[in-house]
Design a protein around this ligand. Structure first.
Ligand code: PLP
Length: 420
């Protein structure tokens, strides 16, 4: 099946900056090189096409009884069936939400409060490499609602050891939540091994599979999970629509009350066009994932090898093999991520880092710190995430431009030494 040509569509959006510096180096990117697919992906044209009838044509409220409503309800049912097919679960176990963040919140808060109500205790287990949608949600439960957490450490590749999860289990543990594939370093966690432990202790097991949706097997029985979060915009569906898989029989207290939508677990009139697009995108991504992963692994490994050859003091972050097919991430000594990203952008390359810069002062990513990376190195994080538009020439363009930028930044910063 044909896939989108995102770069062709986005290239006209703005002329690429040709700065004096990079022109001097003979570097002028000919097309926009988008290497930030872990942040978001463009909506696939086929996905968009599947959504269009449900904006102004079949616009009825899926909860109604007349023909307009029934058309929406049928589309919603079909989308649920399609998603259930990918997750190898029952359609009624699929809950549509507004995003990955909401799915994580519903899973974690829903189980935590249901367990409290049932008098089961309030201890949660998670890992040191969760997305904020999980980490901050659990922190919030602990800070404001008296829950307790154990944060399981990771090794230098960002991987959880299932034995550490088992050691963290207490009689009052009510949930284990471990990310499937990490957004900053791409490492894929040994979920089924953790799932076995969770089952042995009869503890519900949630995974944030937001980054895995386009690339990894999502069969909930293989993964041995009871709750699984996904987000449409990571696999070529629009932003603002997500999925939470909830295993039948699991106690989950709704976090949003109103009408009895989504089996009573998530009130709010269903966003039919977005849900239709979400299901179409998930089907497409999963149907093409084996071939697309093989293509991307070759490109990913070329960029990893090329960067390490050109910048021998750079370090790959995350597991070398057990990582997302589209994900290459590094720390580069002597550069600050914000400046690096700005220079890459000027050269027509959209990339990301792992560090947050909310205060104007760069901050080292807690995920990199948890992996034992020194704070001054973590400030030089670079994440390049490939996607359907990525071509071999894009990788070569990055390899051509990146060493020069790093050299320029190191020259501009007189002290090539740890930043404090
Ligand atoms: N979890 C992970 C691992 C993510 O990477 C993201 C988004 O980047 C989210 C959750 C949040 O998803 P959303 O943007 O749909 O709220």
């Amino acid at each position: 099946m044909p896939v989108s040509t995102q770069a062709d569509e986005t290239n006209h959006l703005r002329p690429l900056a040709k700065t004096r510096d990079y022109r001097k180096q003979g570097i002028t990117a000919k097309r926009l090189i988008y290497l930030d697919h872990s942040a978001s992906t463009p909506v696939d044209p086929h996905v968009l096409e599947s959504m269009m009838p449900f904006f102004s044509g079949s616009y009825g409220n899926a909860s109604g009884t007349h023909r307009q409503a029934r058309a929406s309800a049928r589309a919603l049912d079909q989308a649920r069936l399609d998603v259930a097919d990918v997750l190898a679960c029952k359609p009624r176990e699929v809950v549509f939400t507004s995003c990955g963040t909401e799915s994580d919140n519903l899973a974690i808060r829903g189980v935590a409060f249901a367990s409290r109500e049932a008098g089961k205790g309030g201890h949660l287990i998670t890992s040191a490499v969760e997305h904020h949608a999980v980490g901050h949600t659990i922190d919030h439960l602990c800070e404001h609602f008296g829950f307790e957490q154990t944060v399981v450490p990771v090794d230098t590749d960002g991987l959880v050891n299932p034995a550490d999860v088992e050691r963290a289990v207490r009689p009052d543990t009510v949930l284990i939540s471990i990310i499937h594939a990490n957004n900053e370093v791409g490492s894929i966690q040994p979920l089924s091994a953790v799932g076995e432990i969770a089952r042995a202790h009869d503890i519900p097991f949630h995974t944030d599979a937001v980054q895995a949706g386009g690339y990894l097997d999502l069969s909930v029985d293989h993964l041995k999970v009871d709750l699984l979060s996904l987000s449409g915009h990571k696999f070529y569906a629009p932003k603002g629509v997500g999925i939470l898989y909830v295993r039948d029989g699991l106690g989950l207290l709704p976090q949003q009350t109103g009408g009895g939508h989504e089996g009573g677990l998530r009130a709010g009139t269903e966003n039919v066009p977005y849900v239709v697009g979400l299901a179409a995108a998930l089907k497409l991504a999963q149907a093409t994932r084996v071939a697309e992963s093989a293509r991307l692994i070759a490109l990913r490994d070329r960029i990893i090898q090329g960067i390490q050859a050109a910048l021998p003091d750079s370090r790959l972050t995350g597991h070398p093999q057990q990582r997302l097919p589209n994900h290459a991430s590094f720390v580069i000594p002597g550069v600050e991520a914000g400046a690096l990203l700005m220079h890459l952008d000027l050269a027509g390359i959209c990339a990301a880092s792992g560090s947050a810069c909310n205060t104007g002062l760069p901050e080292a990513s807690p995920i990199l710190l948890a992996m034992g990376i020194a704070p001054h190195l973590a400030l030089g994080a670079l994440r390049l995430t490939l996607g359907r538009s990525t071509q071999a020439g894009d990788i070569e363009s990055v390899l051509e431009v990146l060493p020069g930028i790093v050299h320029t930044l190191r020259t501009m910063r007189p002290v090539y030494a740890p930043m404090v």
